[in-house]
Each structure stands twice: as C-alpha cells, then as structure tokens.
Design a protein around this ligand. Sequence first.
Ligand code: MN
Length: 267
Amino acid sequence: MVRKAAKKKTSAKPGRSLRILISNDDGVMSPGIKALTRVAETLSDDVWVVAPDVEQSAASHSLTVRRPLRIKKLAPRRFSVDGTPTDCVMLAVLQVLEDKAPDLVLSGFNNGSNLAEDIAHSGTVAAASMGAVLGIPSIALSQVTTLGHKTKWSTAETLAPGLIRKLMAAQWARDSLINVNFPDLVTASVKGVWVTCQGRRRVRETITQSSDPFGRPYFWIGGPRTDKSASKVSDITAINEGAVSVTPLRLDLTQEKMLSSLRKVLG
Ligand code: MN
C-alpha cells in the first residue's frame, strides 16, 4: 500500500481517513495500547481500538470457540472483548467495523520483546497475523524491556509514527505482516533501524520447580533465557546492538525443503 505521508492537523488530506484498527495482548487498559493509540491518531482521524479486557500475553493464536464472546463499548471507537487478541481482530473486522474494513492493523505496543521463537507464542504477533489472514496490512510492535526496569514507552511512541509511515509506503507481499521491536534505550541512544530475519535463541526455557503451601510440586515456565544470536542479521542482533528491528513475516509456514523428501516417503 502506497500512501503519501499526511502532515499533522490536515484533516482534509486523504490519509486522515485511513482506517486503523489497534489491538494487543496486554489488555485494553495497558499503557502500551494507549501510547500506540496516540501514535495512530497522528496518522489518521479514524482510529479504532478493539482489545482484550484482560491481559492475554502468550495467548498466541488461540480462538475462543467453546463459549460466547461479549463486546463491550467503553467509549466512541473503543471496545473490549472478553477473549484473545485473535478473537478481537476477527470480531473487530467482521463485526464492529463491518461497514468498512481497516486499512491497517497495529498490534501493541507490547510490554516486552517479541523476538526469535517468541513469535510463535506471542499474542501481539497473533493479532497482527489475524489482520494478515483477513487481507489487511498488519504490524506488531513491541517495546523491549529489562526485568526490573521501567518500560521506555516514549522510545516506541517517538519512533513509531515515522516508521509506520515508511512501512506503509513499502511494497507488501500477500499474506505478510511486519514484526517491529524497539530497543530498551532512550530515543536519542537508538542506533537506527535494521531490517532483520527472525532469530533463534539457544532456548534454555527455565522451568522452575517448587512446592505450593500444601507441599504439592508445581512448575513455572518462564524466566531468563540465554540469547545466542543467529549468524544472519537477526532481530536479536539488532536489539542487542541498540537498533530498532523490523522483520517481515509470512503466514505460510510450509517448509519447502521437506516437500520432496516427504513425498518420497509417503508417495
Ligand atoms: Mn503481552
């Protein structure tokens, strides 16, 4: 989608009527979605928010199919759904905005990174994937944080408007989405924007085992993981170097290198 960058406060410009849908996985009340909404409002006058009523991080592509979903109107163009990020984008496009589909889906700003294999679990990326499934250019945006430090929302909020404008001017392949991560630095210290590939960590997913007050064992997945950057220019490398990471992703997960060997075995 190619669009001329709209100047501020020129509501007559065509860009001001660009319909933007915002969702996330941290919930409708999170500071990240409020910052992203302010960013979208610098790009358009037609900004809609449809997001989970409570935090849904790591919800991935879950779709709620075993119970009804409720949409709650919080304010003009602001809605919450008692479901997952994927539910929100689907209901937003097919129900709330059925009169006119969004031109752009923005998901975020997530509180924390969505890099490398995080992408498989990420509710933030899943919301953008749903946008792509529905044929809408979609961008997932995350602000990297360090445990125990305050999230530097101002970095994402300052850098996102220019970045989103540029991404919208790019050529988008079909069935694609873009995953953006902002480094955990103040804006002035950010070292540019890198176009990256999805990285790979040497996953050492910490499983903590302990006992509950009744002496029963429990397991807790999460905690620190060792970052081992891939050899290519990866999202992890960009963030480690203090740059914004921009990774184009595709919906089609087919491993083409295995098609012929599987056909041989199964044919
Ligand atoms: Mn989250």
